[in-house]
Design a protein. Structure first.
Lengths: 384, 302, 86
């Protein structure tokens, strides 16, 4: 049913439809509307689950870890500093192979303190063993939760997943969202069947330590599971389109790449702006297209190579910076396209909530076509 | 001789604890008290390492270790999950004093304030033993550890032990108890009481560490008894924040406890540090008054 | 043997590790002096002191690390620690 709703409430509604059994979350801007809405749903028995009002994000994820280990579908939401505080638990949960889904309302990391959007928080956890999906709009943010649970709990995957959507830009924006009903979601997402769980009837030890004889093999298994997550995401995305009519059957999404000389690559809500900018540039006769990365982990290398086969220049927009190197996506796209003859340039853009407008996209394309890149875009002149 | 077909130990032999390990005995006694319908949440530390090198787990009940500092939060999630699922297992945290007094305080405070139905047991061997005997918030005054070494300008650990049982009682915990592995029946009874008390309960069990404290492995029980007999460790119960029962003793001078351990040797050699020993004696005296543990002789009473 | 996902394991495997090889001193139990109080079994950190049909106790030398707690705590002094000869 189509309704106009705030991004956060759309996500909360989607989470409710996933029937979470344990929710543990700690308030942080701009995630608060999601967890407030969920707390209200629990208070009104709309969700048959426990809501744990933890004292920190660190405990939020630790409690979810325990709940998942005990065989319950677990959920949390956070952002920025909160995600940074979860760092240790994130790696641990993936290593324990415990499924769950966590929403991230992407926000910059301090210092300086900033409550506004960029992708530094989740990008900094790209090595943690969580799969990461980035939503362009609130419809996609909603739908990715159903897909994420399905993939996370698949016994061939068993990895936790992050659904990332841009703080404020999406979380606090009202958009029309086609919200499925419970029966439809139940038909797509089965109840959680744990691979193994803490159960006195069938005891197991979880989280043992591994000597050098074993450690590498366990890490290799996580890497294999992440590769499998890519395939399962595609399958679950296709199945989603059969159920709901919206297609997420690829880890990337091309927009007007046919005959493009220059391709932009980006993640998240800026893709909406880029699509408008691409339309205008196409109207003006410029051969420009967009490749949106829906998944950053697993990294869709094969899909990127296949999609960009015929372009000359690639401009990667990174809402993050790996300080001392460059934007994360830029670095990885360069590696993916090494030896292809394609020029790949990276632009660090939109950090800490700096607006990215259509004319900025056009200027990035101008720069890329001149071969100028690997830079911060749009800085105030006094630092130059 | 034929062996009796005895009940299997839920904490099994083959674990890699040092010979004479107090915490290993604590683990055995905890599972004897708790039984099979139990989920154990561990913190990183000696016990986790000596009992679970993959794949050789010593635990016969469901057991999970996540991190050093999050056992109470993991237990909160497990408790919420089994409640939601309508299951009956009891959730017990078994964590060392470093994980409890220091790095895990945030999660413990949260879990106790929320009053999850869990039992948190700290096996207190009074330092970070797994990393090589560094001081913790549970290390007693003047104990020499690798990060509070006695030296020309130091008498060892500068601060007395943190009073964690009272801190957790102040959270509103319905049942808080101290115990010692040297009094196994008392410890087992307290574990049973804690797991059968709804809400977040805390037990701090004194678990002497022969390696870290410096005594012969055969003396583990005897050292634990001396701690009680000198009044430096008091076994008591607190029900709803009020001390309900404390073990009474005929007190011995603290020297008897201190002299028996290498970690306090600098108080006696090369010269006796009389003033410092008097400070420790004063702490024992204060304990005796606070918990009313002295057994008074008949003529004294008159 | 395939590795368990998530580095998990079923109970029962610690017993593969025969810690009896660590022993320097061996407890020798004298059943004729035993009062059958069972304290030796209670205080054993390995849980490897076993009750016999007669109600006396014997150590499982596969696991006994020779800590001497049983001998130390035995009220009847019915357990003696003797040097291992290997």
């Amino acid at each position: 049913m189509l309704k106009i709703t705030e991004g956060s409430y759309a996500v909360a509604e989607a989470v409710k439809l996933c029937r979470p059994q344990v929710i543990a979350a700690y308030p942080i801007t701009p995630q608060t509307h999601i967890v407030e809405a969920l707390a209200e749903m629990v208070a009104n028995c709309e969700i048959d689950g426990e809501y744990i009002t933890v004292e920190s994000e660190f405990s939020a994820l630790s409690a979810c870890l325990g709940a998942s280990a005990a065989g319950s579908r677990a959920y949390s939401a956070t952002t920025s500093q909160g995600l940074a505080l979860m760092f240790e638990v994130c790696f641990n949960m993936a290593g324990l192979r415990l499924p769950m889904v966590m929403t991230i309302a992407n926000r910059a990391l301090g210092a300086p303190l900033s409550i506004w959007n960029d992708h530094q928080d989740t990008i900094s956890l790209r090595d943690s063993g969580w799969f990461q999906l980035y939503a362009e709009d609130n419809q996609e943010a909603t739908d990715l939760h159903f897909i994420a649970y399905k993939v996370s709990e698949d016994h061939n995957v068993l990895l936790p997943g992050m659904v990332c959507f841009d703080g404020f830009i999406l979380s606090h924006t009202y958009e029309p969202v086609d919200m499925p009903v419970q029966e439809e979601v139940d038909g797509y997402l089965p109840p959680f069947t744990p691979y193994h769980r803490l159960d006195a009837g069938d005891p197991i030890s979880m989280g043992m330590y591994a000597t050098p004889e074993y450690y590498m093999e366990f890490r290799y298994q996580i890497q294999q599971a992440m590769e499998q997550a890519g395939k399962t995401l595609v399958a679950a995305g296709k199945e989603f389109s059969e159920h709901f009519g919206r297609d997420y059957g690829s880890l990337v999404e091309g927009y007007r790449l046919d005959g493009a000389d220059t391709a932009l690559i980006a993640m998240g809500s800026v893709c909406g702006t880029i699509k408008d900018a691409v339309d205008e540039m196409r109207d003006a006769g410029r051969k420009v297209g967009l490749l949106k990365l829906r998944a950053f982990r697993p990294f869709p290398e094969r899909e990127i190579v296949a999609a960009l086969n015929n372009v000359n220049t690639v401009a990667v927009l990174d809402k993050n910076i790996s300080l001392g190197n460059s934007g994360a996506a830029g670095t990885e796209v360069k590696a993916a396209l090494a030896g292809s003859g394609i020029t790949v340039l990276d632009y660090v853009i939109g950090l800490g909530g700096r607006d990215v407008r259509k004319r900025d996209i056009a200027r990035v394309v101008d720069l890329a076509e001149k071969g100028e890149g690997d830079m911060f875009y749009g800085l105030r002149t006094e630092v130059l | 001789m034929m062996q009796v077909e005895g009940k299997c130990e839920l904490f099994e032999a083959g674990h890699r604890a040092c010979a004479g390990c107090g915490p290993a005995l604590a683990a055995r006694l905890i599972l004897k008290a708790a039984g099979e319908n139990t989920i154990v949440v561990a913190s990183t530390g000696c016990m986790e390492v000596f009992s679970t090198p993959y794949p050789e787990t010593a635990w016969g009940v469901p057991w999970i270790h996540s991190l050093f500092e999050n056992a109470a939060a993991v237990a909160s999630g497990i408790e919420a999950a089994i409640k939601q699922q309508g299951r009956s297992e009891k959730v017990i945290c078994v964590c060392g004093d470093g994980a409890t007094f220091d790095i895990g305080m945030l999660c413990i405070s949260g879990a106790f304030e929320r009053n999850h139905d869990i039992t948190y047991i700290c096996y207190d061997n009074e330092a970070y033993m797994n990393t090589g005997i560094q001081r913790s918030g549970a290390t007693p005054l003047d104990a020499s550890t690798t990060t509070s070494p006695a030296g020309k300008c130091s008498l060892g650990n500068k601060r007395p032990k943190k009073d964690l049982p009272r801190i957790l009682a102040a959270h509103g915990a319905p049942y808080v108890a101290t115990a010692s592995i040297s009094y196994p029946a008392d410890f087992v009874k307290k574990v049973e009481r804690a797991i059968n008390t709804p809400g977040a309960c805390y037990i701090q069990v004194h678990a002497p560490c022969c390696t870290g404290w410096g005594f012969d492995p055969g003396q583990t029980i005897a050292i634990g008894k001396l701690a009680i007999e000198t009044g430096l460790w008091v076994n008591y119960e607190m029900v709803d924040g009020v001390v309900a029962k404390a073990k009474k003793v005929r007190r011995k001078p603290v020297e008897e406890y201190l002299k028996a351990q290498k970690r306090f040797q600098h108080l006696f050699k090369p010269t006796p540090k009389t003033e410092e020993i008097a400070k420790i004696q004063a702490m024992a005296d204060a304990n005796a008054t606070a918990y009313n543990i002295d057994i008074k002789l008949k003529q004294e009473r008159q | 043997m395939p590795l368990t996902i998530g580095c998990a394991a079923r109970p029962g495997k610690a017993r593969r590790n025969l810690t009896g090889s660590w022993r320097v001193f061996r407890p020798v139990f004298r059943p004729e002096e035993c009062t059958k109080c069972g304290l030796c079994a209670t205080v054993c950190p390995e849980g490897c002191v076993i009750e016999t049909e007669e109600g006396t106790f014997i150590p499982d030398y596969d696991y006994c690390k020779g800590c001497g707690l049983c001998a130390e705590e035995c009220p009847a002094k019915a357990i003696e620690m003797v040097q291992e000869e290997k």
